[in-house]
Every structure is written in structure tokens, then in C-alpha cells.
Write a protein that binds this ligand. Structure first.
Ligand code: COA
Ligand code: AMP
Length: 638
């Protein structure tokens, strides 16, 4: 069946469609119903029982595939490579799960995992799943404060950490970061398991920390605990409009049903194929397509601890593809922009045998046509943009390789996948005609594998996602569709920006800047960047009589964001201005400032309080006034 027939089959019988997809898993008890619960909180496969680790690991071993490579760890930053077969992965997860249970970690308990791109991170995730514990992986590029916020929100019984991560030219010691986070957090986990890496060992605190190997010594291997289909599999925090991140909750049954379906139908990979997602286990792309999707589908997943450039050069991706015979690669467009910048002519591509590669998938940020065209020309395989988010866990829109590619124009991430009825709505919630810009929303219920709610969220889930357009989930993205149903995703409608494929909150950055004693008022905007897509830029108004010179305050603000949010924010520019432009009702005109910063066309907002301020901003950013032209709808107009 092709895309259209498959989408129609889902529309005709959504529950039947997903029940059929559910047959791809083992289940301990097959569900009798796909969807239950009352709108807006739907539950998937709630009366089935299964275990995530069994579905991802043990069942492949039981089927005689124990010798198949499950994880290939390729780490140019340490100069090491290691392969774990499915059999070895089963034994490692059983051992760690047994040790966790011996230390009192039970089904439903939370465990925070703070580890870089090493096989033990995957083992830790699966070991939690094995005993029904709920993991929350925290990305290594965040500062201690971000880790503390997550510790307080999910209140883990244990933390599993590595002693360090390795960035090109620098070892990131996790020990001091974890120590600071535990001091900042109100919640105290009962214990921390620490994997010592030779590049930097952590000082273990007696009574709290235990070495990874000692912890597992003599532990009885644990079997897989059966959990209901709607048991939480994991919590993954993502940026919202404020400094308080949102803990997206994913449930076990729907998660694997959907991911396995996508592996075969969206990514077109069969069990045994080598699948490589060049991302990080700390992001949703890593959860879904480094760990759970490929393993649930019996693939070999490549765990790459390196960068697209600089480890050692822009041929790194081609080497990995050649050496491990990668069939499908998935990464963020920014990685390809980095490679293209370093090797525009693609000379390094030609030096490698990329004959195993069948397709490149891109997601995480807008895929600019230049980069897509470059990748197509150099690789000679389909380059497929697809659009999704932490909340959905898998593609809302794609061009599904496994179903036979559709004719999707460059610039579009494709069409709605089965499970998603996508609508582009105006402010009143009415559908806009094809070609017109609006908010992209998905009609409820959301399909299996999407968020089941927010951890500790209470009403925040409904307020954030379901209240803007009754009966729909608001994606937070704006865009258009064409007559053929191809979607075009243009921009966020909230304070989220996307920096090198990393989702960040400008609101959270503003909260940090506002904490500086000399800052009276501030705004953070996302400005266009050739490599990273967007970069944050801070505009600061200082208190009258501020003690320090403006340059010092700006520099301190840059340091503050690095210390409180983390290096991943890539916040390097803060500009001191006299005033910020606002509407008469006091709303800061961030969109207009971003347009000025980018040198895009903009129009004087009708409701602006004092038009002269925009010229001041232009002078502060560019050293001269910007011409204002164009017919964009002015910001602040109702
Ligand atoms: N742990 C600690 N620090 C990290 C980190 C991690 N896991 N990941 C990034 N950082 C740090 C970087 O070292 C850098 O620090 P610096 O300011 O001291 O240089 C900072 O965070 C910004 O990182 P990044 O935005 O990644 O920029 P970069 O210049 O190091 O690399 C790219 C740019 C394009 C090469 C890089 O972003 C990349 O490989 N992107 C691939 C896409 C991707 O993985 N996206 C994730 C979602 S799909
Ligand atoms: P995250 O939750 O970190 O995966 O970020 C999700 C957000 O990234 C989406 O809401 C979009 O704003 C953006 N995004 C992801 N994929 C794409 C894409 N293919 N095209 C445009 N924007 C994208």
C-alpha cells in the first residue's frame, strides 16, 4: 500500500489501524482496545501488558538474533569503537536492572540518567524499562541549574551518571555539575550510580555515590516486568515559554507500536539494517531513533560520540557510513550545514564508499533548500525532511520512504502521517485556505506514542496545548499547506527558538538575564544564523545609576546564561539599549526586533508606543537605521 491508501486506511478505521500495528510487538497480554479514555485525555492500549526492554532486546535474543549487533558505539572523541550484540545488551540491562531493584528501585520510581553518548546510557534507559522504572535523561550540555530543576520536578529515587562527557577540545566533568545540581535541588535522590570514564573521574561522595561496577557486583539479573500499555515509559523535559521545562510523559505501549511502525513505513528499514541517528540520547530524536525505534525493530543502531566536523574533519559522517554500512542516516540540517561549510565542493564525500546509504532524513529545525539540494547532489540518495517535536515523539509530517515516496516539493517536510489529521487554523480556530499562514494544529485524539500529559503538569497540559483550539492539539508552529496536502512549517508561535537543532526557550533566558542586579528589563530574540539556524540575542535595559559599565553587564549576562542554562544555549551576544519597543498595552515587540536584527522587511506596528525606539534598536544592532518596507502584518495588530 502506498502513502495515500495507508492514510485512508487509518482514516477509515483508526483503532483497527493501530491494533494491526500493535501486532508487531510481543505483548504479554494483547490489548482488547486501542483507544480508551475521555477527551481530552486519551489512553492507548491501556489493557494490554508488555515490557519495553523485552520488546527492544530480549525478544530478538529469544528469536535467535542474540549475535546480531544491537549498538555500534563509534567515538572519535575517545578514539574507541565498541559493538554490543543483542545478547550482550540483554545481559547488561538485566544486570543493571537487578542492581537497581536490589537497591529498592521499583516499577513507577523515577531515575534520572545523566550520561553522554556511550552504550551505558542506553543500558541504563533499558534497565529502567526492564523493571518498570521511569527514566528521565538529561542532556549534558545543560548547566547544573537545569539538572536541578529536573531533579525537583520528577523526584528520582536514583541518578545514574557518567563522570564526564567529551566535547572537542574539552572534557565536560559531570561530577561537579551533578554536585552543584544536588545542592541546588530540594529533592535528594537516595543514591547516585557513577560510571567512571578515564578522561575525568568523579570524586565519589561516600554514602551517596556508588561506582557503576561495584553497584552491579553480584546482582541477580532481573527479568522483564510486565506493565500496562499506558504505564509511563519515560519523562523527557523540553523547553516551553518559561524557565520551568515541561516534562513530556510517554507511555509504554503506544510508544513502541508507533515507533516500530515508523521504522518500517517512514524510514523504510527492515530488521537487521543499520540505522544511524546522529543526535544525542538527551533529546527526543535520540530517545526515539537512537534507542527505542531501531531496537524495537531489531536494527543495529549507531551511537556516535562525535561531531559532524572537527572530529577530526568534515569526512566524519562519510567514514561512519562506510565503516558500519549505514543504510539510513537521520540528523539535523545544522549538521549538514556545518559539513557543507567545511567542504563546499564535497571533495571528502567522493573519497568514501557510501553505497550502503539509501536515504538521509532531516528534522529538528527547518531544512533550508540550499542544504537539502547540496546533500541530494553529493549523496545521490533521497533527502527527506520531516517534522515533529518532543511532544509527539515521531513524525507528524513526512515523506514515508517505506510506503513509496510522494512528490514533495523542497521546503516542505511532507504530508500528515497516519494518526495525524493536521489543520492550519486562524486565530479564531477556523481552517485557513491552502497557501494561507496559520497555526498548525492536530485534531484530537493524538495517535499512539505522543505525549500522554506533562509530569506534575496538572492543568498545564490542557492550558498549553489544548485550550487555544478546542478539539485540537496546538503544535506551537505556524505554517501553510498546499493543494496537495504538503505542509510548510515556517516559525514558532511562542517563545521557543531552535539553535543548532536544540530547542530553547527565550523566556527562560529572559528570566536569567532579569536576575542580574543591573538589568531593569530585557528581551531575548532568535536571530537568523547561517550555521545554527537561529542564535539567541539579548537586549538589555539597565537600571538608572547601574553600578557597572554596560559592556561589563553585557559580558556578565553572557556568562550567566552559560552558567544557569548551559553552553548549549550558545548565548554570546547581549546588547545594551536605552529602551525596548512595546505596544501601547506593554507587550514587547520581539518579532519586529528579530526582523530588524535579521535585516528582513518589517512594518511599523500600528500599536507601537513610541516608533523612535525601533530606530534606536536598529542603530544598536547594525550601527544605522534600517529601512522599513514590505507588507508583513505588523506585530501587535489585532
Ligand atoms: N555536553 C556538553 N556540552 C555540549 C554538549 C554536550 N552534550 N553539546 C554541545 N555542547 C556545548 C558545545 O561544546 C558548545 O560549547 P562552547 O560554547 O564551549 O563551544 C556549546 O554547547 C554549543 O554547542 P553547539 O550548538 O552544538 O555548537 P557547536 O559549535 O559545538 O557545534 C554543530 C555545531 C552544528 C556541529 C553541532 O550543533 C551539531 O553537531 N549539531 C548536530 C545536530 C544535533 O545533534 N541536533 C540535536 C537535535 S536532532
Ligand atoms: P523538539 O521538540 O526539540 O524536537 O523541537 C520541535 C520543534 O522544532 C518543532 O515544533 C519545530 O518548531 C521545529 N522543527 C522540528 N522539525 C522541523 C522541520 N522539519 N521543519 C521545521 N521545523 C522543525
Amino acid at each position: 500500500m502506498g502513502y495515500r491508501e495507508t492514510y485512508e486506511a487509518w482514516r477509515a478505521d483508526p483503532e483497527g489501524f493501530w491494533m494491526e500495528a500493535a501486532r508487531g510487538l510481543d505483548w504479554d497480554r494483547f490489548p482488547t482496545r486501542a483507544l480508551t479514555g475521555e477527551a481530552p485525555v486519551h489512553r492507548w492500549f491501556a489493557d494490554g501488558t508488555l515490557n519495553t526492554c523485552h520488546e527492544c532486546v530480549d525478544r530478538h535474543v529469544a528469536a535467535g538474533k542474540g549475535d546480531r549487533p544491537a549498538i555500534v558505539h563509534d567515538s572519535p572523541v575517545t578514539g574507541t569503537k565498541r559493538t554490543l550484540t543483542y545478547g550482550e545488551l540483554r545481559d547488561a540491562t538485566a544486570r543493571l536492572a537487578g542492581a537497581l531493584r536490589r537497591h529498592g528501585v521499583l516499577s513507577g520510581d523515577r531515575v534520572v540518567i545523566y550520561m553522554p553518548m556511550i552504550p551505558e546510557a542506553v543500558v541504563a534507559m533499558l534497565a529502567c524499562a526492564r523493571i518498570g522504572a521511569v527514566h528521565s535523561v538529561v542532556f549534558g550540555g545543560f548547566a547544573a541549574n537545569e539538572l536541578a530543576v529536573r531533579l525537583d520536578d520528577c523526584a528520582p529515587k536514583a541518578v545514574i551518571a557518567a563522570s564526564c562527557g567529551i566535547e572537542p577540545g574539552r572534557v565536560v566533568e559531570y561530577g561537579p555539575l551533578l554536585q552543584d545540581a544536588l545542592e541546588l535541588a530540594a529533592h535528594a535522590p537516595e543514591f547516585c550510580v557513577v560510571l567512571q570514564r578515564t578522561e575525568a573521574e568523579s570524586r565519589l561522595q561516600p554514602g551517596r555515590d556508588v561506582d557503576w561496577h561495584d553497584f552491579q557486583d553480584g546482582a541477580e539479573p532481573a527479568g522483564c516486568v510486565s506493565v500496562p500499555g499506558d504505564h509511563p515509559a519515560y519523562i523527557l523535559y523540553t523547553s516551553g515559554t518559561t524557565g520551568r521545562p515541561k516534562g513530556v510523559v510517554r507511555t509504554a505501549g503506544g510508544h513502541l507500536v508507533a515507533l516500530r511502525w515508523t521504522m518500517q513505513n517512514v524510514y523504510g528499514v527492515r530488521p537487521g539494517d543499520v540505522f544511524w541517528t546522529a543526535s544525542d540520547v538527551g533529546w527526543v530524536v535520540g530517545h526515539s531513533y537512537i534507542v527505542y525505534g531501531p531496537l524495537a525493530n531489531g536494527n543495529t543502531t549507531v551511537l556516535y560520540e562525535g561531531k559532524p566536523v572537527g572530529t577530526p574533519d568534515a569526512a566524519a559522517f562519510w567514514r561512519v557510513i562506510e565503516e558500519h554500512r549505514v543504510g539510513v542516516l537521520f540528523t539535523a540540517p545544522t549538521a549538514f550545514r556545518a559539513i557543507k561549510r567545511a567542504d563546499p565542493g564535497g571533495a571528502l564525500v567522493d573519497r568514501h564508499d557510501l553505497s550502503s546509504l539509501r536515504a538521509l532524513f532531516l528534522a529538528g529545525e527547518r531544512a533550508d533548500p540550499d542544504t537539502v539540494d547540496w546533500a541530494k547532489a553529493k549523496l545521490g540518495v533521497p533527502v527527506i525532511d520531516h517534522w515533529w517535536q518532543t511532544e509527539t515523539g515521531w513524525a507528524i509530517a513526512a515523506n514515508p520512504l517505506g510506503l513509496g515516496l510522494e512528490d514533495v516539493p523542497t521546503g516542505s517536510p511532507g504530508r500528515a502521517m497516519p494518526g495525524y489529521e493536521v489543520a492550519v487554523l486562524d486565530e479564531g480556530g477556523a481552517p485557513v485556505p491552502a497557501g494561507a499562514l496559520g497555526s498548525i494544529a492536530v485534531r484530537l485524539p493524538l495517535p499512539p506514542g505522543t505525549l500522554a500529559g506533562l509530569w506534575n503538569g496538572g492543568e498545564r497540559f490542557e492550558k498549553t496545548y489544548l485550550s487555544a483550539f478546542p478539539g485540537f492539539y496546538a503544535t506551537g508552529d505556524a505554517g501553510t499547506t498546499d493543494e496537495d496536502g504538503n505542509l510548510f512549517v515556517m516559525a514558532r508561535t511562542d517563545d521557543v527558538i531552535n539553535v543548532a537543532g536544540h530547542r530553547l526557550s527565550t523566556g527562560a533566558m529572559e528570566e536569567v538575564l532579569a536576575g542580574h542586579p543591573d538589568v531593569a528589563e530585557c528581551a531575548v530574540i532568535g536571530v537568523a544564523d547561517e550555521l545554527k539556524g537561529q542564535l539567541p540575542l539579548g537586549l538589555l535595559c539597565l537600571n538608572d545609576g547601574a553600578a557597572r559599565p554596560p559592556e561589563d553587564v553585557a559580558a556578565e549576562c553572557v556568562a550567566r546564561i552559560r552558567a544557569e542554562i548551559g553552553p548549549v544555549a550558545a548565548f554570546r551576544t547581549a546588547v545594551v539599549v536605552d529602551r525596548l519597543p512595546k505596544t501601547r498595552s506593554g507587550k514587547i515587540l520581539r518579532g519586529t526586533m528579530a526582523a530588524i536584527a535579521d535585516g528582513r522587511e518589517w512594518r511599523m506596528p500600528a500599536t507601537i508606543d513610541d516608533p523612535a525606539i525601533l530606530d534606536e534598536i536598529a542603530v544598536a544592532l547594525h550601527g544605522r537605521r534600517r529601512p522599513r518596507t514590505g507588507d508583513r502584518r505588523p506585530e501587535g495588530a489585532s
